[in-house]
Design a protein around this ligand. Structure first.
Ligand SMILES: C[S@@+](CC[C@H](N)C(=O)[O-])C[C@H]1O[C@@H](n2cnc3c(N)ncnc32)[C@H](O)[C@@H]1O
Ligand code: SF4
Length: 382
């Protein structure tokens, strides 16, 4: 059987950031013992589905997993290691917010088994952090990065750019500051307005504007240029790493390999011994998830067997995010059945895709509007 990646979702945050549409909730109290029981039961049930496999990576995402008691992280990891075999250099990432309270927990998290910290810095500018509704100061962000670097071997952090009024010069300065920490990985996202968020309402009301398309493109080119100069390769649309320091966990998604998603709203893709590939989705509301797991023994809200065509489409949607050639001949169906050929020629001629034989790859121009490229290419498959 294929190796497996595990995603664990912790759905709680101290406050809700106005740009965020992740499955995150604010609660006054959390019954940690019950949550541990929930994760333990769900891990055990998942093991029955996957059978024995080697685990290559585990990712605690959120929400804010750095708010989890380190003992809970340790218990979850111990349970997982009893159920599956861990490969010797397993990657165990935890998403952390950089308040000083959370940075103080990094060493306990490392003792629990976490060997990669992904910190939500977002900006080094106090006004920008205020605009983004963050709970930390630039000083706390710096302290968290330095603490993480002393604590675990692999540190990455996230920044959000293309913010209102942000000039190229300001972004260059901020990114240079980010690169000066010498982390082997960075995630650099352009601000997007997600439906249903507080920013969506404010943006619609005209409270702020985002950079125009051309400015966004220049900011992206600046990002590619500067990260390259510091030895980080753009291996995915928004992810930059030194060779060998890519997020192994996220590569599992983009290469369409198997992963189990555990926790409220988590998604999974699992190949069964019958060869079927299942798409799973857990109950989204935290309390519903916990009640379902504890009372019925399963947190799955949806389980669907994917057809070969659906798998091929998902494989392309994921694979084209990577800055490496994608081989259409390796799809489970003939690619002409899902790719709109005249559109492939058009997208290639217009410089959005490189296309040689059965290999395709998004160009820089294509990566700037990847969703539009993909929906054009896959019409009418999606
Ligand atoms: C799951 S969130 C990280 C959670 C963690 N609690 C935090 O806030 O750092 C992953 C990353 O996605 C990025 N992100 C989330 N919403 C975004 C948006 N609307 N536009 C751009 N980046 C976004 C942020 O950089 C964030 O750190
Ligand atoms: S960005 Fe992070 S801290 Fe803010 S609400 Fe989303 S998950 Fe929570």
């Amino acid at each position: 059987m294929e190796n497996l990646a595990l995603y664990i979702h912790w759905p709680f945050c101290r406050s809700k950031c106005p740009y965020c549409d992740f499955n995150s909730h604010v609660r006054n109290q959390i019954d940690v013992v019950q949550w541990y029981q929930g994760f333990r039961r769900e891990l055990t049930r998942t093991r029955q589905v996957t059978g024995p496999r080697k685990i290559t990576s585990i990712f605690f995402g959120g929400g804010t997993p750095s708010l989890m008691p380190p003992e809970l992280v340790e218990d979850i990891l111990e349970t997982a290691s009893e159920l599956w075999e861990f490969i010797p250099d397993i990657e165990i990432t935890l998403e952390a917010n950089p308040t000083s309270v959370e940075a103080d927990k990094f060493s306990q998290l490392a003792q629990a088994g976490v060997n990669r910290l992904s910190i939500g810095v977002q900006s080094f500018n106090a006004d920008a952090l205020h605009f983004l509704g963050r709970q930390h100061s630039p000083g706390e962000a710096i302290h968290a990065i330095e603490t993480a670097q002393r604590t675990v071997n692999r540190v990455t952090f996230d920044l959000i750019y293309a913010r209102p009024h942000q000039t190229i010069d300001q972004w260059q300065q901020e990114l240079t500051q980010a690169l000066s920490f010498g982390t082997s990985h960075l995630s650099l996202y352009q601000l997007t307005i997600e439906p249903g968020t507080a920013f969506a309402t404010q943006y619609k009301r005209g409270d702020f504007q985002l950079p125009q398309e051309e400015e966004g493109a220049t900011l992206y080119e600046t990002t590619l240029d500067l990260t390259h100069r510091y030895g980080l390769k753009a291996y995915e649309v928004s992810n930059y790493a030194q060779n060998g320091q890519e997020s192994r966990h996220n590569l599992t998604y983009w290469r369409y390999q198997d992963y189990a998603g555990i926790g409220p709203g988590a998604h999974g893709r699992l190949t069964l011994s019958s060869g079927e590939k299942m798409a799973t989705k857990q109950y989204r509301a935290p309390e519903t998830w916990l009640t379902q797991v504890l009372q019925t023994g399963s947190g799955d809200d949806e389980i669907v067997a994917l057809t070969q065509e659906e798998q091929a489409v998902e494989k392309i949607l994921m694979g084209l995010r990577l800055n490496e050639p994608f081989d259409l001949s390796k799809l489970p169906v003939a690619w002409e059945t899902i790719i709109h050929l005249p559109k492939l020629t058009l997208l290639t001629n217009e410089g959005f895709l490189d296309h040689t034989g059965s290999q395709i790859q998004a160009t820089l121009k294509g990566r700037l509007c990847l969703n539009a490229v993909l929906s054009t290419l896959l019409q009418p498959a999606i």
